[in-house]
Design a protein around this ligand. Structure first.
Ligand code: FRU
Length: 430
């Protein structure tokens, strides 16, 4: 038995965290990721790299970025991609520790470029941004860049003494950046730092995605160590002011952080997140690798909420389709779909996790650690992949993403009032 996924992206070996630099360059999809190739724990960050023609089958590529310059000596931290004049630009944060305890740090924003999509050269103008932003502090990182109306924009995540926030920059040439100011933060309610910001236009609105650290649990919400969620609003780049509504969690499972999006050449806004959470146990480390990404999801805005649907290509993994008569089934690469008539309980991976409906309450219970929402859940699409479960309710209106480590063989069962139980066996793509 192995915890290694069949159709979720995982590093070949070593430690992986955030997805970085998601893009489509010359028709090929690129996924970069925070990577420590020399061990199964987080340490000096590199950018791992993989490419794909369908976002499902990935080919591992040589490491794209390594730490080593004076400005990124102790890590090439998270960032994003922009294609300018047929050149792939990777923006990232250079990290330098200023003390032995690795507490004091200097973070600067940097660029590396490539014309072939495989070999990257750090830019001679690095670091492009080395000042702490006004209203922020030394923790300033994770550049997300985009182009609109002929101008380039960048957001960075930062903090002051108490609050996380996002700072906007702009540029004519994608090299020289002007600080425009804080566009979101200072609410006093959303944690002490906002990591991995992403600001994008979707269905007529501007969505700001953030990964805040330090939010307190509130009722059924915010029970992960750190959160990942969004605001919906409108960004005025001239003033610059981002007017927005309330913060909403994006995923309701145990393992979802540092999500990043990109626009592909079909105009789809696609999201991939780190299917993990900081500071927990990683049983797969015994196998020489750590962590996986979520399935790629296509985003849409419906009634002011972000909806995440597995990209259409996921269906190409289906090998067999079976209308389930027996409520017990086995397998570690499966997709299960059904509709709820009344209440139900799904036992996953033996009893390692259960997902149940009681009236309008949905609960994912992983070894007693419960995530709960109230919702009108009608249809269910559930992916089992060796050591994870992803549950899409109502085509992605609500999603739960969790790693689950089964003690023995992958045996599952469902009881309760459901109909149209359909099981697909999925191919191995990795
Ligand atoms: C988010 C994060 C980023 C940082 C990276 C370092 O998980 O903390 O803010 O750039 O990981 O690996």
């Amino acid at each position: 038995m192995t915890y290694r996924p069949h159709f979720h992206f995982a590093p070949p070996f070593g430690w992986m965290n955030d997805p970085n630099g998601l893009c489509q360059f010359d028709g090929t999809y690129h996924l970069f990721y925070q990577y420590h190739p020399f061990g199964v724990e987080w340490d000096d960050m590199h950018w791992g790299h993989a490419t794909s023609s369908d976002l499902i089958h990935w080919e591992h590529k040589p490491i794209a970025l390594r730490p080593g310059k004076t400005y990124d000596r102790d890590g090439v931290f998270s960032g994003s991609a922009l294609i300018v004049d047929d050149v792939l630009h990777l923006y990232y944060t250079g990290n330098v520790w200023l003390d032995e305890k690795r507490e004091a740090l200097k973070q600067v924003q940097c660029l590396a470029t490539s014309t072939d999509g495989v070999t990257f050269t750090k830019h001679s103008a690095n670091p492009l941004i080395s000042n702490e932003p006004k209203g922020g502090n030394a923790h300033v990182r994770d550049p997300k860049v985009w182009t609109a109306n002929g101008r380039h924009y960048m957001v960075l995540g930062t903090r002051d003494a108490t609050d996380g926030k996002v700072v906007l920059y702009d540029s004519d040439d994608a090299i020289h950046w002007t600080e425009r100011g804080v566009v979101a933060g200072e609410t006093g309610e959303h944690g002490w730092i906002w990591e991995c910001p992403d600001l994008f236009h979707l269905d007529g609105q501007d969505v700001l995605l953030i990964s805040p650290q330090g939010m307190e649990p509130n009722g059924d919400r915010y029970h992960n160590l750190h959160q990942c969620g969004y605001f919906v609003g409108e960004l005025d780049v001239e003033t610059p002011v981002y007017t927005h509504g309330a913060f909403t969690e994006l995923d309701y499972g145990h393992d979802f952080y540092a999500a990043q999006t990109f626009l592909d050449d079909q105009g789809r806004r696609i999201l991939i997140a780190w299917n993990a959470m900081w500071k927990r146990d990683w049983p797969e480390q015994a196998e020489g690798w750590t962590n996986q990404m979520t399935l790629p999801r296509e985003l849409s805005l419906q009634d002011g909420r972000l909806v995440m649907t597995p990209i259409e290509e996921v269906k190409t993994l289906r090998q067999t389709c079976e209308i389930l008569q027996d409520p017990t089934f086995e397998g570690d690469a499966l997709e299960l779909t059904f509709e709820a008539v009344g209440d139900f309980t799904l036992h996953c991976y033996g009893n390692t996790a259960t997902f149940s409906k009681r009236g309008d309450e949905f609960e994912l219970n992983r070894n007693g650690d419960i995530r709960r929402i109230r919702a009108n859940g009608r249809t269910f699409r559930i992916f089992f992949d060796a050591s994870s479960i992803e549950i899409f309710v109502n085509d992605g209106e609500y999603v739960f993403s969790s790693r689950v480590y089964p003690a023995q063989q992958a045996r599952h069962s469902i009881s309760g009032d459901v109909k149209n139980l359909t099981l697909y066996r999925l191919a191995t793509a990795t």
